[in-house]
Design a protein around this ligand. Structure first.
Ligand SMILES: O=C(O)c1ccccc1NC[C@H](O)[C@H](O)[C@H](O)COP(=O)(O)O
Length: 249
């Protein structure tokens, strides 16, 4: 199949990279431009900037951060977090995003997925799905993991594929920040359910976690291990390539 991608994710509060565990207890991790440049040098295939700022003022600062990061790197840049509709998506693209990810907005008004795909091309439209395992199914959460919905994550993935999503960014809230490994079963189910690329997100802690999840997902996103310097991307890629995973060296 296609080359597997390694994607560092920077959760940003205005102009600072932060990181929590299970979306709680955010700690400062560093400067977005510095981290982005380092990741590109290490061989990252793409970057994601997630706006987890709460205030309106912070949101305009975030767009400045997008401009600065887009000017500093030449690998594809995904931007998400708080994209409520066409205007926010347009602002993100104008600030230099190659892709936008939408989460809550798509649950509230699924037609936005088709509108964005028609306007910008499906390859630029990522639908983010944040999920927790409840009993033996995965439930969709919106609003930064604060609001439970009645949606099943695998069914919702199929729905947004039909609506024109180019890619899925599926984060396990249970695994987020734990460094205990990805929720492998979730990505195995998703690989059987949809034909569009799936980016795995949440829980990466060591190289073997990437090896495991890339059997099912098309790309592996991580935050903690990269910000903390626990894993170097070029060494990770050499390890994966040795074990038969197709990566861009
Ligand atoms: O996605 C959200 O809505 C959100 C809200 C508040 C704080 C963090 C959030 N997301 C966390 C990101 O999806 C995070 O980059 C991924 O879960 C990967 O984190 P790691 O487990 O550290 O690799």
């Amino acid at each position: 199949g296609l080359v597997r991608r390694i994607i560092p994710c920077m959760d940003v509060d205005a102009d600072i990279v932060v990181k929590g565990v299970n979306f709680e207890g955010l700690r400062v991790m560093g400067d977005p431009v510095e981290l982005a440049s380092r990741y590109e040098e290490e061989g990252a295939d793409e970057l994601f900037l997630l706006d987890i700022t709460a205030t309106v003022q912070g949101r305009s600062t975030f767009l400045e951060t997008v401009r600065n990061v887009a000017a500093a790197v030449s690998i594809p840049l995904g931007v998400g977090g708080g994209i409520r509709g066409m205007e926010d998506a347009d602002a993100a693209f104008k600030a230099g995003a190659d892709k936008v990810s939408i989460n809550t907005a798509a649950v509230k008004d699924p037609s936005i997925v088709a509108k964005l795909s028609r306007e910008y091309g499906s390859q630029s439209v990522v639908v983010a799905i944040d999920t927790r395992r409840i009993n033996n199914e995965w439930r969709v959460f919106i609003m930064g993991g604060r609001r439970e919905t009645l949606l099943n994550a695998v069914d919702w993935a199929r729905t947004v594929e039909e609506l024109g999503a180019g890619e899925l960014l599926v984060t396990s809230i249970d695994a987020d920040g734990t460094r205990a490994g990805y929720d492998i079963e979730l990505y195995r189910r998703l690989a059987d359910a949809v034909n569009i690329p799936v980016i795995a997100s949440g829980g990466a802690g060591e190289p073997s976690h990437f090896l495991e999840v890339l059997k099912y997902a098309d790309a592996a996103l991580a935050a903690s291990v990269f910000h903390m310097g626990v894993i170097n991307i070029s060494i990770l890629k050499a390890y994966l390539s040795e074990l038969g995973i197709r990566v861009r060296i």
